[in-house]
Design a protein around this ligand. Structure first.
Ligand SMILES: [Zn+2]
Length: 177
């Protein structure tokens, strides 16, 4: 990597910044985890071990993020490093439909999950700071919106009136009769 232009330096700096942030976040998580795992060890080993584990992970993450950022920013046209960046994103909503799944639970209740499924056509435009070459990449992106899970109680044994319980996604029903 010899002399980079101002734009290239700016892009390199922003890729580097992102890589540092990821490295620090992951490093801190791993350091915290190591500190907790080494709970039975003495203070020095515990702190040292946590610091080493955090630094190793932070360094690895930084290098990985930096190299993927660098390869994404290399221009295919003129081969310049750190010169390609996204200049625009267009999203067009192709369709939006209501979806639903039903799952029979062990206790005979029915878990009904509903959501809106939206499909977007995404068009990204990238421009090279060195040769001004503009490239476009298209992909489709599917997103879930307003996901809700409802458990419908089937009242086989009679007595109580049927009820519906609203609950957040990810919650597990552990009711058993
Ligand atoms: Zn170029």
């Amino acid at each position: 990597m010899t002399s980079l232009s101002n734009e290239q330096e700016t892009l390199r700096a922003s890729i580097k910044k992102g890589a540092i942030i990821w490295g620090v976040i992951l490093g801190l998580i791993v350091a915290g985890l190591a500190y907790w795992l080494l709970g039975s060890q003495g203070g020095m080993i515990r702190q040292g071990g946590a610091a080493v584990a955090g630094l190793l992970v932070a360094g690895g993450m930084y290098r990985k993020s930096m190299s993927s950022g660098a390869s994404g920013a290399k221009c295919a046209n003129c081969n310049a490093d750190f010169s390609v960046s996204r200049i625009n994103r267009d999203e067009v909503l192709l369709k939006s439909e209501a979806r639903e799944t039903r799952k029979e639970l062990e206790n005979g209740d029915t878990e009904i999950t509903t959501w809106m499924e939206e499909v977007y056509d995404v068009k990204d435009s990238y421009s090279c700071a060195s040769c001004s070459d503009v490239t476009q990449k298209k992909h489709q992106s599917t997103r879930k919106r307003d996901e809700k899970t409802v458990v419908k109680t089937t009242n086989k044994k009679g007595g109580k009136p049927a009820s519906e319980n609203n609950k957040q996604r990810g919650g597990k029903s552990s009711d058993k009769n």
